[in-house]
Design a protein around this ligand. Structure first.
Ligand SMILES: *[C@@H]1O[C@H](CO)[C@@H](O)[C@H](O)[C@H]1NC(C)=O
Ligand SMILES: *[C@@H]1O[C@H](CO)[C@@H](O)[C@H](O)[C@H]1NC(C)=O
Ligand SMILES: *[C@@H]1O[C@H](CO)[C@@H](O)[C@H](O)[C@H]1NC(C)=O
Ligand SMILES: *[C@@H]1O[C@H](CO)[C@@H](O)[C@H](O)[C@H]1NC(C)=O
Ligand SMILES: *[C@@H]1O[C@H](CO)[C@@H](O)[C@H](O)[C@H]1NC(C)=O
Ligand SMILES: *[C@@H]1O[C@H](CO)[C@@H](O)[C@H](O)[C@H]1NC(C)=O
Ligand SMILES: *[C@@H]1O[C@H](CO)[C@@H](O)[C@H](O)[C@H]1NC(C)=O
Ligand SMILES: *[C@@H]1O[C@H](CO)[C@@H](O)[C@H](O)[C@H]1NC(C)=O
Ligand SMILES: *[C@@H]1O[C@H](CO)[C@@H](O)[C@H](O)[C@H]1NC(C)=O
Ligand SMILES: *[C@@H]1O[C@H](CO)[C@@H](O)[C@H](O)[C@H]1NC(C)=O
Ligand SMILES: *[C@@H]1O[C@H](CO)[C@@H](O)[C@H](O)[C@H]1NC(C)=O
Ligand SMILES: *[C@@H]1O[C@H](CO)[C@@H](O)[C@H](O)[C@H]1NC(C)=O
Length: 815
């Protein structure tokens, strides 16, 4: 307990002094003080976050100017009570609700989960999860998936989709929600965020990138409330993610910058604390990073129950309190709200400036007008109200006008897209003796509890034993309207070959059997083993293995079957200890593919689709090889003692394994195809001749200084299909910074470009990667800007982060 660690480069303090978490409605009750001298007795060695005040007004810059004027006019018409309503959630038909103000023709806002489906809905699609979408490395699919999801949200009357996810980013493979997000890499996640947001918002729905920021584990993400106290009495505060300034910029903030640049309507702040103060009342990240540095013009909404103060949160940048009530997850609307009536009072007695509340409302209404949500927006489907277990009708305090048609079918032809997306997110990890694609096998044996139908319904919120996994649990799941299981899809396809298909779905039975006693008449042509790994919100994973004794299932089958093909349906990393077993001829990581799971897989197994998925994370040899595990326990009783120091800094996932030259099983970016590719002629040429180390200081636009987004190099490479079938290659560009001029701790190689290119047999195409200024910069904590170090960069292009095929150097700034 000795040294004070200086985070954010600032030595003082503290958007939120420990112990003053609950400032209900105004300064008169809480004597809230933002800037105090650093008091190490209070703060101990914990992280600090400097105050950044006041909260910047929105301007509508960057294309929202006309909508901004409408939003200003809207706000000007409202009474103080109506203003409080505009920023405070209410129980109602959706997961989050802003009530209508019929007097001014405003029909309210409906906010719905989540990242792979409109969750609280009937007759809606369940898409592939974020991890699957990232594993496609396919920009067209990332956009198309977002657009199709946006269409479904809109048709159900949801103005705001609580997606996409860049936090967790994947600091630890154990984190329970990684599958909701994309990749353990800020660049790939950033591209995925931008394209998903473009898709959702092009469909007329507001996107809500989340969880801002540092939400890298589930354990103690929320305070521990005293079960014997009132709804806000706390035994332990939430964990504090303590992140230094450079790591914040280069890893965790990076994809949110893409999201702001894509003009995301809203950003959801995270549950946990960040350098000592709750993310939803942390002025450094909300006012400073998001609204000032990134020029965010939309609104910050709290995660559900993530608001822990009234005036303090508002002044520190929070614009909307969701779901509005008090206590754990905001589940107690009857107990009041830190906003709502308290805000009305705070405005009336001058504790909070009405102009700040106007800014909150303008931020909320600008994207609403920009997306045309004031015109012909579908009504909320009344079936939402019936399905909403979060705020069922009996909890409603206000009336909602549910007039539109009930149980609308919004699925359109999205099943076809989902089938394609599922295949594209399936990664072929091993393929010996050309085990795949299957060649019309006459005898197929199927093993494992992940192959067949779900036995506990289609709204899976628990780790049930029998049934295939298409998604994980929590607010990021979906309610299936149908499910094509692997078993049914294989049976259907195998019928074309009049094959014998035998199956055993009981893992215990398989583990305890000599499988030669199970099958007839002799060893099948192929043994397909289906394994699964559950993960869910509010819990981190206990291990990185597969569930339900899956490794033993593989051992039992592979002992007697020399053509064992393993398929995993998994939230993410599995260590796959059987990967080197000689009888395991192929492994497919099928992730969480959504409702067409079986069809997506059969297209790969039988070669209708050539696999082109690549890992969006690294598979180590052993779960203990990963650094930065979650903080799972503390032994002390101090209210602030849950702390997570991001001491690994930039060294997460491949950045760590590469920096320490550690062997892994399958590295980030890895994925096989049924064909082979070659890469050659890598070259980089500057797109301007006067590249400076520091960016030109241009007026901030959404996404930050526009100079950072300027393309300054064009890098090209030739990609050829050298094999015997058509297929899609994923060339990946990694950048190595000049070591002499870049601060210590810079990873050896970082992803800075990728593409997916379909190639016929023998075809060669040139792929171009435009490197933006940000791609060649590090965050300089001294000058507080992105800086291109002088000297020679190494460019490496490959088919994974370690299968590097060609190299080139560039020198943007002479030493
Ligand atoms: C720091 O906080 C402690 C505990 O509240 C208090 O006793 C002490 O006087 C404070 N020190 C300063 C310099 O304000
Ligand atoms: C925001 O705009 C209002 C006028 O609408 C002004 O009174 C207030 O000072 C501005 N706040 C900031 C932080 O600029
Ligand atoms: C709550 O009260 C019960 C009954 O008095 C007691 O057993 C329990 O330890 C208390 N829990 C906490 C966390 O104080
Ligand atoms: C104001 O906040 C307090 C908690 O600090 C809560 O008990 C009270 O019910 C709230 N008032 C209203 C009107 O929501
Ligand atoms: C309810 O909504 C419908 C459709 O938007 C509208 O026509 C009607 O006027 C609304 N009724 C009330 C009481 O707001
Ligand atoms: C699975 O197999 C085990 C071992 O044979 C058996 O004890 C168990 O009852 C089976 N489960 C089901 C659901 O049939
Ligand atoms: C399984 O049973 C067969 C037939 O009895 C026997 O030949 C084989 O050795 C057994 N395999 C194992 C792994 O026990
Ligand atoms: C592989 O499978 C064959 C049966 O085809 C079996 O004889 C052999 O022992 C298995 N090899 C291993 C290493 O289990
Ligand atoms: C697998 O076992 C079958 C049946 O024993 C045999 O015909 C085949 O050659 C074996 N394949 C390999 C690759 O060992
Ligand atoms: C993984 O590492 C741990 C700790 O070093 C070790 O105990 C364990 O045996 C390893 N597991 C495997 C499968 O190598
Ligand atoms: C808690 O104490 C136990 C027993 O002394 C120790 O093994 C464990 O590492 C400690 N955990 C933490 C998080 O300090
Ligand atoms: C980059 O190079 C490719 C291939 O020569 C070319 O088609 C593309 O226009 C170039 N991009 C820019 C921005 O110059």
């Amino acid at each position: 307990m000795a040294t004070i660690r200086s985070l954010w480069t600032s030595s003082f303090l503290c958007a939120h002094v420990l112990g003053q978490a609950y400032n209900p409605g105004g300064r008169e009750e809480g004597a809230f003080s933002y800037v105090q001298p650093l008091n190490t007795t209070i703060l101990g060695p914990y992280g600090h976050s400097p105050a950044v005040l006041p909260s910047p007004n929105a301007t509508g810059d960057g294309g929202w100017e006309a909508a901004f004027v409408k939003a200003q006019a809207f706000a000007a018409q409202l009474t103080v009570e109506e203003k409080a309503d505009m920023v405070t959630g209410q129980p109602g038909p959706c997961v989050g609700n802003i009530v209508a103000i019929p007097r001014v023709g405003f029909n309210g806002l409906c906010l719905q989960d989540g990242p792979l489906a409109i969750r609280v809905a009937d007759y809606a699609s369940v898409f592939s999860a974020g991890v699957s979408a990232a594993a496609t490395w396919d920009k067209d699919i990332l956009y198309e998936r977002g657009f199709a999801m946006g269409q479904e949200f809109r048709a159900k009357g949801a103005h705001v989709a609580l997606t996409p996810v860049a936090g967790p980013l994947g600091r630890s493979g154990y984190a329970g929600r990684n599958w909701e997000g994309f990749a353990a890499d800020p660049y790939l996640t950033g591209v995925a965020m931008e394209l998903s947001i473009n898709g959702i918002q092009d469909a007329g729905v507001q996107a809500t990138p989340k969880h801002f920021i540092g939400n890298e584990q589930e354990r103690q993400r929320n305070p521990t409330y005293d079960p014997n106290g009132t709804v806000t009495d706390i035994l332990f505060e939430a964990i504090s993610a303590n992140i230094d300034d450079r790591t914040m910029h280069e890893l965790y903030l990076w994809p949110f910058a893409n999201a702001v640049r894509a003009k995301a309507a809203s950003i959801m702040c995270a549950y946990q604390r960040l350098n000592g103060s709750y993310a939803c009342e942390n002025s450094k990240v909300q006012n400073g990073l998001l609204k000032e540095e990134l020029g965010f013009q939309g609104y910050v909404m709290s995660d559900w129950g993530g608001t822990h103060s009234g005036v303090a949160s508002i002044e520190n940048g929070l614009d909307m309190n969701m779901p509005g009530g008090l206590g754990n997850y905001g589940l107690f609307p009857q107990a009041g709200s830190l906003f709502g009536g308290n805000l009305t009072r705070a405005i009336n007695n001058g504790s909070v400036a009405e102009s700040r509340v106007d800014d909150m409302i303008i931020r909320i209404m600008t994207p609403y007008y920009w997306l045309g949500q004031d015109k012909d927006f579908p009504t909320v489907d009344p079936s939402s109200a019936d399905l909403n277990t979060f705020s069922p009708r009996r909890t409603w305090l206000r009336e909602f006008n549910l007039t539109g048609p009930r149980s609308r079918d919004v699925r359109d032809d999205h099943g076809e897209l989902i089938r394609k997306h599922g295949s594209a997110g399936t990664v072929l990890l091993k393929n010996e003796n050309n085990a795949l694609p299957l060649k019309a096998p006459k005898s197929i044996a199927i093993f494992g509890n992940d192959a067949g139908d779900d036995t506990q319904g289609f709204y899976n919120q628990v780790d049930f034993e029998y049934g295939t996994l298409t998604a994980g649990g929590g607010s990021g799941t979906g309610r299936l309207t149908y499910l094509v299981t692997p078993l049914v899809a294989i049976q259907n396809r195998a019928a074309q070959d009049k094959a014998l298909v035998q199956y055993w779905l009981n893992n215990t039975l398989i583990v305890n059997s000599n499988v030669t006693d199970l099958w007839i008449p002799e060893q099948p042509d192929v043994c397909l083993v289906f394994l699964k790994t559950w993960a869910e919100e509010a819990a981190d994973r206990q291990h990185l293995s597969v569930d339900w004794h899956g490794n033993e299932v593989v051992e039992s089958v592979a002992k007697s079957c020399n053509n064992t093909i393993v398929v995993t349906h998994s939230s993410g990393i599995n260590t796959l200890p059987f990967a080197s077993h000689p009888n395991v001829t192929a492994i497919l990581a099928a992730h969480f593919p959504g409702q067409e799971s079986g069809n997506s897989l059969v297209d790969i197994l039988y070669g209708t689709t050539n696999p082109s998925g690549h890992l969006p994370y690294t598979i180590a040899l052993n779960g203990t090889d990963y650094n930065a595990p979650p903080t799972t326990a503390i032994n002390t009783t101090g209210i602030n003692d849950w702390q997570s120091w991001f001491d690994e800094k930039l060294e997460i996932d491949y950045r760590y394994f590469d920096a320490h030259n550690l062997s892994v099983r399958y590295e980030f970016g890895f994925g096989l195809s049924y064909t082979t590719f070659s890469l050659s002629d890598l070259a980089g040429s500057p797109l301007r001749d006067d590249i400076t180390s520091a960016p030109e200081k241009l007026p901030v636009q959404p996404g930050g200084n526009p100079a950072l987004w300027e393309s300054i190099y064009n890098v090209t490479v030739s990609v050829s299909n050298t094999g015997e079938v058509a297929g899609a290659a994923v060339p990946q560009l990694y950048v190595g910074f000049p070591s002499a001029t870049t601060p210590a701790g810079t990873p050896p190689r970082q992803l800075r470009g990728f593409d997916k290119v379909m190639l016929e047999v023998g075809e060669t195409r040139t792929v171009a990667f435009e490197l933006m200024r940000r791609d060649l910069s590090f965050w300089d904590v001294v000058s507080q800007q992105w800086v291109i170090p002088a000297g020679e960069f190494t460019l490496s292009v490959g088919l994974s982060s370690r299968d590097l095929r060609d190299f080139a150097t560039i020198t943007p700034v002479e030493a």
